[in-house]
Design a protein around this ligand. Structure first.
Ligand SMILES: [Zn+2]
Length: 348
């Protein structure tokens, strides 16, 4: 029952909008209710050194709580603007030691902020990215050298149509890590969704994808059930060969090439297997994340020059750069024109 209907209409009117905030007391009848017209929340003054911390009170259970509860800023004494500035500089590749030298904060403080923001972003991503339907997905992994943990790989999935990144996972470059990554990806997909996958030549993708898209089947008379890979699964690999002569081999790991080509054509792509879109996103991620940065790739004369360069450098296919250039041709406003003019090109 809406709280305003349970009390008399007399009394002081609410002046603050309490929408979006909810009582954090699990025993309360208005627990997690964010609608201002339903819950019993009212303003409870401002606190803190700068008097900038809005407090709320639930009139039903008398619980008082801050607007920063369950956010990464909870119990931080530093001005949020300074915290955000430091994190933004970190995210843009500024070195931690520079920030420690130029701000009054020690390394442990900045690292803690980063961990809190990272964990919160991951939770939020998991909450929002659910029951997704993707017709196509490109998967790839990025090499990263992390000071404390040594060599790590960042596994990335990308929808080449809407440029959505449903999953990011950090780990080793093993089958186990690929299983974890694909498992995480499957959690964000709608139950019936089986996208067509394009990956590089890493065998772990094949094991992970065939292990996650399918079902256990037990035929009458059979003693044990066996795993049957989904008939809808399509998995094309673009295996890059690096050496004196660079070239790429296209092969189907699961499904038929005709079916994958038809799926790619439906969304306006060339029927050739390619992982070029995710390579582009990888470069964008590399530019933004200091441990992933490669100086030779990080600086290009033009924003979209990088795409063309990376297209030819990574796959070594002569016409790949031409195809990419066509798909990402810029108009006068600098916005890339793709076959999907309704969908804007977003970078993470
Ligand atoms: Zn309450």
């Amino acid at each position: 029952m809406p709280y305003p209907e349970t009390k008399s209409a007399c009394g002081r009117r609410k002046t603050l909008n309490t929408g979006g905030h909810a009582c954090p007391n699990p025993a309360c009848a208005y627990f997690a209710v964010t609608d201002a017209g339903l819950h019993a929340g009212v303003g409870n003054g401002k606190r803190g050194q700068r008097q900038d911390l809005q407090y709320w009170k639930c009139q039903a259970c008398e619980k008082k709580f801050t607007s920063r509860l369950h956010t990464p800023l909870y119990r931080l004494k530093t001005d949020p603007e300074k915290v955000i500035l430091v994190l933004m500089l970190l995210a843009n590749g500024c070195d931690l030691s520079v920030l420690v030298r130029c701000t009054p904060h020690v390394e442990a403080t900045v690292t803690r902020w980063l961990e809190r923001m990272g964990a919160h972003s991951q939770r939020l991503h998991g909450r929002i990215f659910q029951k997704l339907v993707f017709p196509l997905l490109q998967l790839d992994e990025l090499y990263a050298r992390v000071r404390r943990d040594g060599v790590l790989w960042l596994w990335v999935a990308l929808d080449p149509v809407a440029k959505v990144i449903p999953t990011l996972s950090l780990g080793s470059r093993t089958t186990e890590a690929a299983m974890h990554f694909v498992h995480q990806l499957v959690q964000s997909l709608a139950p019936s969704c089986v996208p067509a996958f394009t990956t590089d030549g890493l065998r772990a993708y094949f094991y992970a994808l065939t292990a996650h898209f399918g079902q256990w089947v037990q035929a009458p008379g059979e003693r044990n059930a066996h795993w049957q890979v989904s008939a809808k699964l399509l998995h094309g690999q673009l295996a890059k060969r690096k050496g004196h002569v660079q070239f790429a081999v296209m092969r189907m790991a699961w499904g038929t090439r005709a079916a994958l080509s038809a799926a790619l054509k439906t969304y306006g792509f060339s029927p050739l297997m390619q992982t070029a879109f995710i390579e582009r996103v990888n470069l964008t991620i590399r530019r933004g994340v200091a441990p992933l940065m490669r100086k030779t790739w990080a600086y290009a004369p033009l924003q979209y020059q990088t795409i063309i360069d990376s297209g030819s450098a990574t796959v070594g296919v002569e016409n790949m750069s031409g195809t990419l250039a066509k798909q990402y041709r810029c108009n006068s406003t600098g916005i890339p024109v793709t076959n999907y003019s309704a969908i804007s090109f977003t970078t993470p």
